[in-house]
Each structure stands twice: as structure tokens, then as C-alpha cells.
Ligand binder design. Structure first.
Ligand code: MN
Ligand code: MN
Length: 288
């Protein structure tokens, strides 16, 4: 299979898994069950998770994934974002949807319409600043704000967040898209301030610097991570390792943390994301 075919296959798997998962998100069902269902289905269908299944609810915008043994359930009124990635030999597709268990219809429509309006302008030669402008205008037309410090991104083999950044607002100058680039466009909309901050909680990590380590246990943990996930993010619950060792590896600068990002005014956030291949005259959406 060629690289582009692997990206397309990863996208096809994602859209099927998202559709199946959508039916499982309901008031009273366990968040961990949905996350594990998604991650297992990706493997069953012939890909690997490119990062842990993110299920961020209400004002949590990104990087939330259940802990091992997490008993939390979806509640009436929730705005649920499911953000998942799949890869084949490192070729990644990335996709997110919002599910409404309450009264968030317009907020969700704003993010969804923003991604489709953005896709409509994508082709080789277009500046990423143009995409940001389209996203910002669409969200503001609904009376909401884009989240300014969360952005779309390029996708490279085994690199889930590669350049260029695709901002969700109009920037002065961006980068010209080139034919063949794989990019993820992911607008976030809110009726709050439009900015996210880190919350203490963290369940997602990635290997940052596999430097030589003195302790054998630490070396063994790092070699397991490196073998299984390379540089891609992983969930703490995927490893059979105590929190203490994980914290030590973070302090040593070996692991990078991805703390939960929450809207600064604690207002609801919606998200929609698709992965596209930039073509000469249009965008080829691989997750649609
Ligand atoms: Mn994503
Ligand atoms: Mn993404």
C-alpha cells in the first residue's frame, strides 16, 4: 500500500468507528466503555489508535481520556466531544465530532459548519490564514467565539501534530498549502471567552526524549513505550505501570504530558474535525 492509500484506509476505519460509537454515547453509559470500544474497534478493523480516544465533556475541550477503572457516565445536558485518530504504519487520520445530550444544537452546528466552510476553500496554494478567517467568520455568525489557542495541524508519519498550524481565527499571515499535504482542520466553538487553560488532571503522555536512564525499571518502561507507540501519544491506562514511575519520567524530561484543556470561563465547547489531503483544485476529505 502507498502512503496515501494508508491515510485513506485509516480515514475509512475512523468514520466507521465514529458512526458505531455515536450510538453508544447515551445518558448513563460509561465513558470508559465508549473509549475502549473505539480503541478496540480501530485495531479490529486493521489500524492502530494514533492517540488515546479523547472524550472531552462540556467545558473540557481536549486531552481528556478516562483513567483505568473510571466509573464516570454520560449525564443529561452533556456536550460530548469524541476525538479519535487511527494510523496504518504511521499514516494518520484524525477526526472529531460533538454529540448533544442537552441543548447545545447551535454551538455544535457552528463548529461543524466552520469545518465544512474551511474545507470548501482548501486547495494547493491557499494560505492557512484564509482558512482561519473562514472558521472565525462562521463561528461568529452564530454569535459564538472560536477557541484561539487550539488549532488544526499537519499530519506526518508518526507525528500527530505536525506543521503547519491551522488556526481557528484570522491570522496576519499563514503558510501556503501544498499539493499532497495531509492536514486536520478542527474548529472549536464556545459561548465563553474562547481560550483554554490546563487543568491539573493528566492521563495522556508521549515519548519526548528517550535519553539513557540509570534505573532499569525506567529503561524497561521507556523501551515498552518506544516499541508500542513510538512518538505517538498513549494513555496511562494502556500501560501496567504505577503513577509514580510516570511522574518520575516526566520530571526527567523523558515523557511529555498532555493535561486536560478546559475553557477558561468554564463554558461549553464544541468541536468538529476532518482530515483532508490537499489537492491541486480541492480538498479530498478522508474522514467523510
Ligand atoms: Mn483530533
Ligand atoms: Mn487533530
Amino acid at each position: 500500500m502507498e502512503a496515501i492509500e494508508k491515510t485513506i484506509k485509516a480515514g475509512e476505519i475512523l468514520k466507521r468507528v465514529v458512526k458505531e460509537a455515536e450510538e453508544k454515547v447515551a445518558v448513563g453509559s460509561r465513558i470508559l466503555d465508549v473509549a475502549e470500544f473505539i480503541e478496540n474497534r480501530i485495531v479490529e478493523l486493521g489500524a492502530r489508535p494514533a492517540f488515546p480516544c479523547n472524550i472531552s465533556i462540556n467545558s473540557d475541550a481536549a486531552h481528556s481520556t478516562p483513567a483505568r477503572g473510571d466509573e464516570r457516565v454520560f449525564k443529561k445536558g452533556d456536550l460530548v466531544k469524541i476525538d479519535i485518530g487511527a494510523h496504518i504504519d504511521g499514516y494518520i487520520a484524525d477526526m472529531a465530532i460533538s454529540i448533544d445530550l442537552g441543548d447545545h444544537g447551535d454551538l455544535i452546528r457552528a463548529a461543524r459548519e466552520a469545518v465544512f466552510n474551511a474545507i470548501d476553500v482548501v486547495k494547493a496554494g491557499v494560505d492557512t490564514a484564509r482558512i482561519g478567517k473562514v472558521i472565525e467568520e462562521t463561528i461568529k455568525n452564530y454569535g459564538f467565539k472560536p477557541v484561539v489557542n487550539l488549532s488544526g495541524h499537519g499530519l506526518l508519519p508518526y507525528l500527530a501534530h505536525a506543521p503547519p498550524s491551522i488556526y481557528n481565527y484570522a491570522t496576519q499571515k499563514g503558510i501556503e498549502l501544498e499539493e499532497g499535504m495531509v492536514i486536520a482542520i478542527e474548529p472549536f466553538a464556545t459561548d465563553g471567552v474562547g481560550k483554554v487553560v490546563e487543568r491539573g488532571e493528566c492521563e495522556i503522555y508521549s515519548l519526548l526524549n528517550p535519553k539513557p536512564l540509570r534505573l532499569r525499571t525506567m529503561r524497561e518502561i521507556v523501551s515498552e513505550i518506544s516499541e508500542k507507540y513510538k512518538t505517538l501519544p498513549f494513555a496511562k491506562r494502556w500501560l501496567n505501570v504505577s503513577d509514580l514511575w510516570i511522574s518520575k519520567l516526566v520530571r526527567e524530561g523523558v515523557l511529555r504530558e498532555y493535561p486536560v484543556l478546559t475553557e477558561v470561563s468554564r463554558r461549553a465547547v464544541s468541536q468538529w474535525e476532518h482530515t483532508v489531503i490537499v489537492e491541486k483544485d480541492c480538498a479530498r476529505v478522508v474522514t467523510l
